[in-house]
Design a protein around this ligand. Structure first.
Ligand code: AHR
Length: 662
């Protein structure tokens, strides 16, 4: 990977970081980096990803399906579809858990037509000369074969349909069968396209599970994930991958909690679930937001493996969302938790069990006989109170006894501090969970005041998983550069405390520009394009240059505290597997800072030879990347020859720089 724009040293010195020219007026700051005394190891899981189906992240997003309500299972059975002619919804279809389908009957007049068309997610978009796999389950209604005409449509400004690609499908059996065809549009339609299906014979036809995918998907998996979005994920070099939520795990009631068993096996028979984000914010109301579960637990484990990230599933602890549902029936009685615990045990079997086990056999049948190597399991999302602790206790007992090899992640509640947080941490220690999940969506000043957050954490208790965080700008909750800079500054504190902080994942991950409920988010997209935010680049820089061991460093002879009063500078240092020194510095002040990096403990005869500097800086603190202007904030790279045991550099005002030193 080499996605950073390269700039010769000195060519654009004021834009980002450069080696020192002595032109900075304020005092030079000296960082001493002790290279002969590496500290804690930095966990391979240190920086990763958290996926939740919010903002149309799955259906309409990463999951490349282009048809909405493909199985006619939305409560309004034809939501997303327009029907014409003789169309009826039936409910005795071939897929037990998705029983609805549609019957198309000839209207009996050659000028009348029967059929239906689908609006996709915010319209269907397709690219000229790309190929798309259409598939449909169908059967003849009578003894004679029937025919379908399938078209990709671009409605023009006058409302007249332009056909951009079409195919005919002969349905030649009274038994349900899957029919597949490739469509190749003759033009690009970025917005408002539709997929139209006409009954093209006097004989009727039953249709079910209507699907359209690009053939170009992540790693070429048929009917898989959007290649551009999955590639962006992989390019952050994630070490851990948390899934499927978030509040999605809990459900607003227990019936709508995330149930992993509904997300595996043939996609046609994975039952629909509501998406709680469709109604959470009344002013961002999306009544057509459901979970098809096409991106389910198999796809998740596979993607984790392909990206080299350790999977970290989150399962329901038997509590529906505690914010939204205080009814007694939203809590499974403690003595009735067994099915929930069994779900957790079965998930481990699905991931790791051998192929003679029930769930291991299903994994093999789906295409992956080898185990996925699951090592972590989070029980509950943002749960709190004694009701959480008493339920978690049951899970911990069962998991420890059946799977002592699995590391358990408990919750510290939804806040970064306060009553629940203070109650839960000691409880997590008492239960001896392995990691505690902390969440913080906080403003700039919080992030800048927390650089030393983990310096004083108890080293004997559970480790920390910063499972959801993002800087939510005060009065300006967008993906602006300054939010990313605050995150970068804060993350130096995670890295310096890598002995206790073992994982960190920004949240949320994805947002469709036309269908978001929550922002900021790491990656924005529409149906054809995607754009990494400034925060994405911070995550990518940390993931790519994470290092293997922490190197102790001091600033002007004092421990780096990650405090805003240290000239606005935040820093961490690490040693990577190749013996390179990696230094990260965020300058949150509005002054350039001349810094000297002094490598203490190098052998007398040894000498530094070169430094690569990758830096993020924007012309404006509020700069943000958009689909139309994706390059407002992006990393630049420069390099220089150095020698001896030190070198000096200017860290530009409001910038983040990573130095890779040899
Ligand atoms: O990331 C969005 C939401 O924030 C998550 O679902 C939840 O865990 C948190 O409150």
């Amino acid at each position: 990977m080499n996605q950073f724009v390269k700039i010769a040293v000195g060519f654009l010195p004021m834009l980002g970081a450069a080696l020192s020219t002595g032109a900075v007026e304020n005092d030079m700051v000296q960082f001493d980096i002790r290279v002969n005394k590496p500290g804690a190891d930095i966990a391979p899981t240190m920086y990763g990803l958290f996926f939740e189906d919010i903002n149309y992240a799955a259906d309409g997003g990463l999951y490349a399906e282009m048809i909405k309500n493909r199985s006619f299972e939305f409560p309004d059975r034809l939501m997303g579809w327009r029907s014409f002619g003789k169309v009826s919804v039936m409910d005795d279809g071939p897929f037990e858990r998705n029983p609805h389908y549609v019957r198309l009957i000839s209207p009996g007049h050659s000028d009348k037509r029967t059929g239906l068309d689908n609006e996709g997610f915010f319209g269907i978009a397709f690219m000229q000369d790309s190929t798309y796999r259409f598939s449909i389950w169908a059967r003849q209604v009578s003894d004679k074969p029937s025919r379908l005409l399938v078209e990709l449509i671009e409605p023009d400004a006058d409302g007249e349909s332009q056909v951009c690609g079409s195919v005919k499908i002969k349905v030649s059996s009274k038994e349900w069968k899957k029919y597949t065809a490739i469509l190749k549009p003759d033009r690009t339609v970025a917005k408002g396209g539709r997929l139209r299906i006409f009954l093209d014979s006097p004989e009727g036809v039953d249709v079910e599970h209507v699907s359209l995918f690009p053939t170009n998907t992540w790693r070429g998996h048929e009917n898989g994930l959007r290649a551009d979005l999955a590639t962006l994920l992989a390019e952050t070099k994630p070490g851990v991958f948390r899934f499927p939520g978030g509040c999605i795990v809990e459900g607003t009631d227990l019936a709508t909690r995330y149930q992993w068993k509904n997300t595996v096996g043939p996609v046609e028979n994975r039952p629909l679930n509501e998406n709680r984000w469709h109604y959470t914010f009344p002013r961002r109301f999306y009544p057509d937001y459901y979970q098809s579960n096409g991106l389910g637990f198999y796809e998740y484990f596979l993607l984790s493996e392909e990206m080299g990230a350790a999977p970290l599933p989150v399962i329901s602890v038997g509590l529906a969302c505690q914010y939204q549902n205080r009814n007694p029936e939203a809590h499974v009685p403690v003595d009735s938790l067994q099915p929930y615990i069994q779900d957790a045990l079965d998930l481990i079997e699905f991931a790791n069990g051998d192929t003679t086990t029930v769930w291991g056999a299903l994994r093999a049948e789906m295409g992956h006989p080898a185990p996925f190597g699951l090592k972590y399991l989070a029980v509950g999302n943002e749960q709190w109170g004694p009701e959480y602790v008493e339920r978690l206790t049951k899970f911990v007992d069962a998991l420890r006894s059946a799977h002592p090899e699995i590391e358990i992640v408990g919750s510290s509640g939804p806040q970064s501090e306060g009553e629940q947080f203070d109650y839960l941490w000691p409880e997590m220690k008492r239960l001896k969970v392995d990691l505690v999940d902390e969440h913080f969506y906080r403003p700039e000043d919080w992030f800048l005041s927390q650089g030393a957050r983990y310096d004083s954490y108890d080293r004997k208790g559970p480790k920390v998983f910063a499972g959801e965080y993002a800087c939510h700008g005060k009065g300006y909750k967008r993906n602006h550069f300054n939010a990313a800079l605050c995150e970068a500054a804060f993350m130096t504190g995670l890295e310096r405390n890598a002995d206790i902080v073992r994982m960190a994942t920004y949240a949320p991950l994805f947002a469709h520009v036309e269908g978001w409920q929550w922002r900021p988010d790491m990656i924005w997209f529409d149906n054809l394009r995607s754009v990494p935010t400034a925060s994405y680049y911070v995550q990518q820089l940390y993931g790519t240059y994470k290092g293997a061991r922490v190197l102790p460093l001091s600033m002007d002879g004092k421990p780096v505290a990650g405090a805003a009063d240290q000239h606005g500078l935040f820093a961490s240092a690490a040693l990577d597997e190749s013996g390179h020194y990696i230094i990260k510095v965020a300058n949150t002040s509005s002054e350039p800072r001349e810094v000297k990096f002094n490598f203490v403990g190098m052998k007398k005869k040894a000498s530094l030879s070169d430094v690569r500097i990758i830096y993020l800086r924007a012309a404006d603190k509020r700069a943000e990347n958009t689909l139309d202007h994706p390059d407002a904030v992006k990393p630049y790279e420069t390099s220089a020859k150095i020698s001896g045991h030190d070198f000096s550099a200017v860290v530009q005002p409001e910038s983040f720089a990573v130095y890779i030193v040899r």
